[in-house]
Design a protein around this ligand. Sequence first.
Ligand SMILES: NC(=O)c1ccc[n+]([C@@H]2O[C@H](COP(=O)([O-])OP(=O)(O)OC[C@H]3O[C@@H](n4cnc5c(N)ncnc54)[C@H](O)[C@@H]3O)[C@@H](O)[C@H]2O)c1
Length: 454
Amino acid sequence: MRPGAVILGLTAEPETLVERVLGQARKEGTGAARPLLAGDPVARMRSLQDVRGELYRRADITIITENMSPAAVAQRAEQAVRDRATAGAVPDLSIGTPIERSDLYIKRGVRSLVGILARERWPRSRRCWIVTDDNVAQYWLTETASALREADFDLREFVVPAGEESKSLAQLSHLLDGMTTSGVSRSDVVVALGGGMVGDLAGLAAAVCLRGLSLVQMPTSLLAMVDSSVGGKTGINTDGGKNMVGAFYQPGLVLIDPDFLGTLPDAEYRSGMAEVIKHAWIQPSTPLASGQLMEQLNRLASLDPIADDAAVEIVRSNVRTKHSVVQADERESGLRMILNFGHTAGHAIEADGYRYRHGEAVALGMLAAAHIAASMDLIGGDSVQALAEMIERAGLPTRLNGSIGTVLDNMRSDKKNVAGVQRWILPSTNGGVVIRDDVERQAVVNALAAIGGS
Ligand SMILES: NC(=O)c1ccc[n+]([C@@H]2O[C@H](COP(=O)([O-])OP(=O)(O)OC[C@H]3O[C@@H](n4cnc5c(N)ncnc54)[C@H](O)[C@@H]3O)[C@@H](O)[C@H]2O)c1
């Protein structure tokens, strides 16, 4: 049925449901013929609800029918479906997981629907915890908070300092202490309003608080829209490296509103372009197997995120690309590793004092991987040149200002190493990428030197 269909769920307390079922049976004169409710009918109903809960949770709109006549329920359902159609709120994509379903919306203005969509999805929720950073807060917090208040959520706000340093155990513990000492309950919702830093931090808090709260990702940076908000990876950094502590945890809702890009600083926009370029290079190896993103990128020398609807299309293509990979391999046991193109060296470059933005480090990491691939005859020098030009056109660095030794040291402690072996995602001649764990140390040193490392 998905995507495009609206699934309606009707529910009530077990006592009410038993009363209705037995009342109906009495009316029909089949009072005894309810084997599923034999024994203690309310307890049986509760356990049926538990067993079937996963399916019921897939509903887009859930109506609690307590004290409502069938006519009133029908009216409410009609209204809810109509409101939704008017708002154009039909998910673009869904990722199904055993526990929850993740619905992704990509649309200008979808941010204003956060209250409606969260309320429909979690009708019994009382409280909502918004996590954001102090840059994003000044532009978008008031508006987001009122959309949630209008949907009857009791709000609590956490504004953490902007910057990668906040993706820390200290901030995680600040959030968790704040939530657990202020009466957090299992039905609460966490809204991550911000870039990848906020998404990763708030996502992890949602994953571990009371063993899992509902989560909404509202990505505000290009990087978070095209990459980090999709796929359910959350995490924080430790002294041992980037993303060393984390969890796979799917958000129930991902609301991608390109209008957020209107306040994103230019350097951050460019940083996000690195993940767009990454997706363009890996796309032939994804289940979508197309070169559409590369074409889109080549057609556009530069993008104006506000005026240019092409930017919305690019976001859409990226989300589809990432979604196709994540759906095929949610836990990163195989295919999903190709999303790490540029990240083997990129993370190590980023972790060297966090002088480069994530996207800038990934751009350098992709270029290093291309040099390695060329040295292994996987691609020609012309492909390395094409990648370098694309990176340059996006306003990203092509020269590494840093020490090769430090990058190599950081790579040694990368959590993606398996039994001490480094895994590389390398571009290949026929388009797309290959996964290799037989890259010689000297090839890495040469590649880092080729991009300017000293
Ligand atoms: N979970 C994943 O799958 C995944 C994937 C890729 C990257 N990441 C992580 O994402 C992080 C990088 O994400 P990022 O580049 O978005 O960094 P970020 O969240 O630090 O945002 C970058 C800067 O832009 C500001 N900003 C964001 N949106 C804004 C807006 N609309 N208006 C004004 N300012 C805005 C932020 O305040 C910050 O100063 C890294 O921690 C990286 O490890 C995670």
